[in-house]
Design a protein around this ligand. Sequence first.
Ligand code: HEC
Ligand code: HEC
Ligand code: HEC
Ligand code: HEC
Ligand code: HEC
Ligand code: HEC
Ligand code: HEC
Ligand code: HEC
Ligand code: HEC
Length: 262
Amino acid sequence: MKLIKIFLFLTLIFFILLQFKFPSYSAEENACMACHGDVKKPAKSIHAALEMGCSACHKSVEGKSHPEQKGSIILTKNIPGLCYGCHDESKFRGTSGHTLLGMCTGCHNPHRSDSNKLLKSDQPGVCYDCHDKAKFTKKYVHKIIDVGGCSSCHAPHISNHPSLLINSEHELCISCHAAKLKLSHVIALPGRKRHPISGVKDPSTLKMILVPDPKNPKKQVEVPDPNVPGKEMSCASCHDPHSSDFTGLLTQARICTKCHKY
Ligand code: HEC
Ligand code: HEC
Ligand code: HEC
Ligand code: HEC
Ligand code: HEC
Ligand code: HEC
Ligand code: HEC
Ligand code: HEC
Ligand code: HEC
């Protein structure tokens, strides 16, 4: 009797100790960790999904042995469907956005990363993987990019404003440059109304066509093409929001000649 009790006691201890020996991996997962230990190495950000086991996202293909055969382990679902299994899909749908293309892993590592939020690398570098770096690194760079990265102005996933902006362009610029609403911006002419920076069409985006002059039908006059409405004037009519080879982030030399013929 006594021996049996001791045996049962020791068996219990054995199983308790077993739990402590493998505190976080399930038996199935442990098999993966033997060869893929690097997936769980400490890092600045680690995907909480790893706690749910490798099988939350990977599955073995029946009849194929891993790693000997190619395609022996596949994702449980394609991206982005895989990600939407745990992340609310509605947060990734809008009128403009990257994620419409389903490119979650274009910017995020699925397991771990040495940048915040599982990003493949820090901003703005991660953006230059796909966007031409030269556009953003001309002679004069908008200083806010070094401070707050691209997300000072752009949403990473979706937006209801064009160009993935976090606000309408005008509101966005004046949120940091309120002084530019003063009369003196662009030109200071005593007694005149201020130079338009919004609310009228940008003449440089209008397509001009020739029509007969109503006063003198033998002559022709230039008018804007009604089929090509042109863009509204905005800060970006004169300034490049990213970088420029001209002072003041202006889009070209002798900026006034972009719209005024002298
Ligand atoms: C015996 C060592 C070993 C074990 C155990 C192992 N793997 Fe692998 N795994 C490898 C090797 C080696 C490769 C690289 C094969 C290659 O490059 O084709 C690989 C590749 C992979 C890949 C990429 C394959 C691809 O087709 O892109 C995934 C995903 C993967 N393993 C997941 C797992 C998971 C999940 C487990 C546990 C169920 C696991 N592995 C267990 C050795 C192992
Ligand atoms: C949140 C989902 C998710 C979880 C959980 C997950 N993975 Fe992955 N894993 C992925 C995705 C997505 C890829 C990339 C596939 C691609 O880009 O084709 C990947 C790729 C891999 C690869 C091949 C590329 C590489 O990074 O080496 C290996 C090996 C791998 N996973 C192993 C594991 C192991 C082992 C675990 C468990 C510890 C695990 N994964 C857990 C989503 C996950
Ligand atoms: C099995 C569930 C699961 C799946 C599948 C999954 N995630 Fe997650 N993910 C989580 C949980 C849980 C968190 C932590 C809580 C949160 O932020 O929502 C998280 C957090 C994140 C974070 C924020 C990390 C941080 O440091 O704040 C990112 C980025 C992320 N996931 C991207 C992805 C991507 C990309 C995919 C698809 C490849 C994916 N997730 C698939 C469960 C999952
Ligand atoms: C163009 C790059 C890019 C793509 C593509 C992308 N993300 Fe992100 N994601 C980011 C950035 C940048 C952040 C960090 C935002 C911040 O710091 O506030 C982020 C943050 C997150 C977070 C953390 C949530 C939060 O607000 O902190 C989750 C979860 C996430 N992404 C999931 C996804 C999923 C799922 C997909 C695919 C459907 C995806 N991402 C596609 C760049 C991207
Ligand atoms: C994996 C490649 C990839 C990465 C990385 C990437 N982008 Fe993009 N981005 C694209 C593609 C492709 C488009 C065009 C999408 C479209 O037209 O639907 C795009 C479009 C955009 C647009 C214009 C959207 C519009 O509606 O006009 C902005 C703004 C943008 N990206 C900003 C960023 C920022 C900021 C980052 C870094 C956080 C980044 N991108 C990282 C591929 C990428
Ligand atoms: C100060 C705000 C601001 C910052 C910071 C910013 N952008 Fe933009 N971005 C804009 C505005 C405004 C537009 C729309 C321009 C237009 O309509 O002419 C735009 C347009 C874009 C576009 C689409 C049009 C194009 O020029 O190709 C991409 C891609 C883009 N930005 C990427 C980035 C990346 C990458 C970064 C970081 C290196 C970044 N942006 C930082 C304001 C900003
Ligand atoms: C989040 C804040 C922020 C937003 C939003 C922002 N800026 Fe800036 N901007 C800055 C900072 C910071 C500087 C550097 C100021 C300095 O050097 O004193 C700057 C400088 C500038 C300069 C002067 C560059 C020079 O070399 O003199 C211009 C022009 C400019 N911004 C235009 C814009 C336009 C156009 C927008 C909207 C597309 C915008 N900014 C949105 C913060 C911002
Ligand atoms: C019609 C063209 C035009 C428009 C539209 C315009 N600007 Fe400017 N801006 C200029 C010129 C010209 C300068 C002087 C550049 C220089 O000093 O080299 C300037 C200079 C600046 C500067 C830097 C110098 C300073 O005075 O601090 C900032 C910041 C700026 N603008 C922001 C804005 C913002 C924000 C908007 C939209 C609300 C805007 N601008 C709209 C033409 C314009
Ligand atoms: C992106 C186009 C654009 C640029 C660049 C631009 N302007 Fe203008 N400008 C306009 C528009 C539009 C009006 C309003 C015309 C109207 O009311 O008929 C205007 C009006 C004016 C007026 C008032 C004219 C009048 O008849 O009342 C002056 C003066 C002027 N601009 C000077 C300049 C100067 C100086 C520069 C360079 C620093 C400049 N503009 C750059 C578009 C521009």
